[in-house]
Design a protein around this ligand. Structure first.
Ligand SMILES: Cc1ncc(COP(=O)(O)O)c(C=O)c1O
Length: 446
């Protein structure tokens, strides 16, 4: 998508400008659909009783949509009124409950209906998908990942390699290729990823990167990297924890083999929420792929016939194991409704403006012309990043993070010196980021 940041000549640094932007924002009303924690409740010392925090940590745990309470209460009521009958006769019958995500879930990541299923948690899904899509041999056994991947992904791929090594006849220690940024850089260059594919491609069984990096918010050129890896004969999977609901995705058209993401960050579905998985249509009915099977992956018409044979349901649904946790899926339904109504393209357009505005305010902080106080390590090109900005704070970063919290700003701190701030277009305002940068200006003086 073409990036449309706010034109520099139109941008002013005063509070009135932020408020004007909020008044002109066609998505501004979505903020009211969310519970934004009060500053006092999240460490804001002495904040007025009703003042909302500046919540900039939707890349960790998104705010709660107000409609979630009713959605869960509806299922609790149906359970209490109907018991087991709610599977077929509840207001949202539980037996086909996950079908509600067929279209909305697919649209969110650019999949076709049937390519997406909501199930389990992220790392669990990565393992289940690797059971099918990491099929190493003695000649082709490597897995390419980012050196700076979220540790869980590193553990998952190393343990998969160790699981296969002896039988497939390769050394587990040589299986995982970790791509590190160039010395002195925070982010990977696309050309370096492509060069690594060129170098290791023929021995690589799987390339699995994070679509948007968790630490730097770098958005990889997923189309180019997927195409190059597929050309080299690798299977391609993406961890979309920081991409789903954040950036527009075209998983089907990019020919991605599989992907997995969590729903508690940008999808605002609550702590440990049910995660998402994508399996490309071309693999949806492949019976040659090994898979761990369970009864919910069966053809629905076969589920209650109780036959010993497993008849996989076509598409991503066929990777399900257990009957879905309805109370945990109710928030996902609320969340995807919000995304459907707001529209991913509109959200992305606002996101580009909001993050670009945040970036300009930080650059314009007194004494910060060349990042002397706060360096933005996220790529400067809006097409290469999600909504979050990662900031290296030079003076006493830990104390700066504590002082932000005391001033009612919720963002997260990664040792030794990175503050991550995610202006989320669904519920953050221009005034939020204006307040954030005013406070950042103060606390980064040291
Ligand atoms: C990029 C990435 N991958 C994996 C995980 C682990 O997710 P889970 O605990 O849901 O398996 C996270 C968690 O934040 C993450 O950010």
């Amino acid at each position: 998508m073409t990036a449309h940041p706010l034109p520099p000549e139109s941008l002013r640094l005063d509070e009135a400008f932020a408020l004007e932007q909020d008044r002109a924002d066609s998505l501004a009303s979505y903020r009211d659909a969310f519970e934004i924690p009060l500053a006092r409740d999240v460490g804001g010392d002495g904040a007025p009783a009703h003042q909302r925090s500046v919540y900039l940590t939707g890349n960790s745990l998104g705010c709660m949509p107000k409609a979630v309470r009713t959605a869960i209460a509806t299922e609790l009521d149906d359970w209490s009124r109907l018991g087991v009958e709610a599977h077929l006769h509840g207001r949202n019958p539980w037996f086909p409950y996950h079908e509600a995500f067929r279209h909305a879930g697919a649209r969110l990541v650019g999949g076709r209906p049937g390519e997406v299923v909501m199930m389990n948690q992220l790392t669990v899904n990565l393992h289940l998908l690797m059971v099918s899509f990491y099929q190493p041999t003695a000649d082709r056994f490597k897995i390419i990942i980012e050196d700076q991947c979220f540790p869980s992904d590193g553990y998952a791929v190393s343990s998969q390699a160790a699981f296969h090594a002896r039988h497939a006849g390769f050394e587990a220690a040589k299986a995982v290729v970790r791509l590190a940024p160039r010395p002195g850089r925070w982010t990977l260059e696309t050309e370096d990823v492509l060069a690594a594919i060129e170098q290791h491609g023929r021995q690589t069984a799987l390339l699995m990167l994070g679509g948007v990096n968790y630490l730097t918010s770098q958005w990889f050129d997923m189309a180019a990297i997927t195409a190059a890896a597929k050309k080299a004969g690798c299977t391609v999977g993406w961890d979309l924890a920081h991409a789903a609901g954040n950036v527009p995705l075209q998983l089907h058209d990019w020919d991605v083999d599989f992907a997995a993401w969590c729903s508690y960050k940008y999808l605002n579905s609550g702590p440990g929420a049910v995660a998402g998985a994508f399996v490309h249509e071309q693999h949806g009915d492949r019976v040659d792929l090994p898979r761990f099977a369970g009864w919910w992956g069966n053809e629905p018409s076969e589920r209650f016939v109780m036959r010993p044979e497993f008849v996989a349901r076509r598409g991503a649904d066929g990777w399900q194991l257990s009957n879905p946790p309805i109370l945990s899926l109710a928030p996902v339904r609320v969340s995807l409704d919000l995304f459907e109504k707001a529209g991913m393209d509109n959200l992305r357009a606002k996101s580009i403006r909001l993050t670009g505005y945040t970036e300009r305010l930080i650059d314009a902080m007194p004494g910060n012309a060349a990042g002397e106080r706060v360096e933005i390590i996220t790529p400067r090109d809006p097409a290469r990043r999600g909504c979050a900005l990662s900031l290296v704070v030079r003076n006493q970063p830990r104390q700066a993070a504590d002082r932000l919290k005391k001033a009612g700003v919720v963002c997260d701190f990664r040792e030794p010196n990175v503050i991550r701030a995610a202006p989320v277009p669904l519920y953050n305002s221009f005034h939020d980021v204006w307040r954030f940068v005013q406070i950042l200006g103060e606390v980064s003086k040291g």
